[in-house]
Design a protein around this ligand. Structure first.
Ligand code: FAD
Length: 374
């Protein structure tokens, strides 16, 4: 990417980064924007996996839905209504069932992600981030496959990989601001702290202190393809009861019927706490794949037609998801934008409720757009 100056750089094209850009443009904010995203496309944890060998295949391999703890209000309601009217989301009333530790289908357990209203991306989850990004497209450049490893400031401007100079910077994930990056990536210091010394911006100092309290949560999601078959109406989500989750090490399974009646299934495997480093990750991915495959027949007991097909199911590999888990109390909105350092934050980790959900990602983007634009 050639060197260039922009008014705003956004690290991350997940739901919050894309919603931020769309919200700024809706407010008629005219500045130039550069988005830098490590992945191959927009969506982050609300992305959809495609396959080179199979152009029709689409699998929501992270979040299968957009959950809200309560009915959205204000600007968030406006956003969801507009997305629904444009056919980008629909109310998610697909069946959700529970599974107990004996492998018996039961009522779905109570969970923050299931308690309020939900919407699904149409045709799939990635569509939501894609449309938000295209809404904000004018004056926006997006660099995919750009993983930012360090941050620095030169003459008051943010200097990013590829020679991008930005007056303002937004982080939509916590990696560059959280001490966990030190162990995982072997960095010497938190990149954002390295770029802005303590005492320069009291708001940033308070924000970094708040961020350091967050814990990371890991998921090992095994993606599977089942052959085409006639099947009765399958549930979209199968949530394990708390006892079943600790017995099987699995949070839930998500089913997505594909073109030609093939079935995509994602097993959301829980973290077992083994430390992850760049050296251990390849072996851990293999071990998690074997572990999740070994419990699959038991997990599918209530769906015998699917269970019979397990020997013919094809593993499409394991995706490791990692992100900061929100606290019960959200980050005060006054810490979302740090005016001296010209850096701000969006992302689901900013909201409270103790659980990362799409609602928090979208709300944080709307709040931040207001701060930047004021
Ligand atoms: C397995 C799973 C299941 C889930 N289920 C649900 C559910 O049922 N309901 C619900 O509402 N929510 C669910 N969620 C949570 C939901 O996916 C998130 O709340 C939402 O996607 C967060 O969006 P975000 O933009 O805040 O973060 P992200 O989607 O994580 O976006 C951050 C983006 O920044 C990029 N990035 C980070 N660091 C860098 C860097 N240094 N350089 C370049 N790019 C970088 C990342 O690649 C990513 O694309 C689930 C999440 C997972 C993983």
């Amino acid at each position: 990417m050639p060197g260039k100056d922009v008014d705003l750089a956004v690290i991350g094209a997940g739901l919050s980064g894309c919603a931020l850009v769309a919200a700024l443009r809706r407010r008629d904010w005219q500045g130039t924007i550069q988005i830098l995203e490590a992945g191959r496309g927009p969506g982050g944890r609300c992305a959809t996996r495609r396959r080179r060998d199979d152009p029709l295949w689409r699998l929501d391999h992270g979040s299968p839905t957009l959950s809200f703890h309560a009915a959205p209000r204000g600007q968030l309601l406006e956003l969801m209504t507009s997305l629904q009217q444009r056919g980008v989301v629909r109310v998610d009333d697909d069946p959700v069932v529970g599974l107990d530790h004996l492998g018996t289908a039961v009522e779905a357990p109570e969970h923050p992600l299931l308690q309020g209203p939900r919407w699904r991306g149409v045709p799939n989850m990635a569509s939501v981030a894609e449309i938000l990004l295209s809404d904000g497209a004018e004056g926006v450049d997006v660099g995919f496959g750009e993983r930012i490893q360090s941050l620095s400031k030169v003459d008051g401007c943010w200097l990013l990989t590829g020679g991008v100079h930005a007056a303002k910077l937004i982080l939509s994930g916590t990696l560059l601001a959280h001490p966990r990056s030190l162990a995982m990536l072997g960095w010497r210091d938190v990149p954002l702290r390295q770029a802005v010394p303590e005492g320069h911006d009291p708001v940033l100092d308070a924000a970094l202190e708040w961020i350091a309290e967050l814990n990371a949560s890991i998921r090992w999601n095994l993606m599977l393809e089942f052959p085409a078959a006639e099947h009765d109406r399958l549930p979209r989500q199968i949530w394990l009861t708390p006892r079943a989750q600790s017995h099987f090490g699995v949070e839930r399974m998500v089913i997505q019927v594909q073109q030609c009646n093939r079935i995509g299934l994602v097993i959301h495997g829980l973290d077992d706490g083994v430390p992850i480093t760049p050296e251990t990750q390849p072996e851990l991915l293999k071990a998690q794949e074997q572990r999740l495959l070994s419990v699959l027949p038991e997990l599918l007991r209530p769906w015998p037609a699917l269970q019979r097909m397990v020997p013919d199911a094809r593993s499409l590999g394991v995706m490791r998801w990692g992100a900061a888990q929100p606290l019960e109390q959200g980050m005060p909105t006054t810490l979302q934008w740090c005016p001296q350092a010209n850096v701000g934050f969006c992302g689901d980790w900013i909201a409270g409720h103790g659980f990362g959900m799409a609602e928090g990602a979208l709300q944080s983007a709307l709040d931040l757009a207001e701060s930047i634009d004021s």
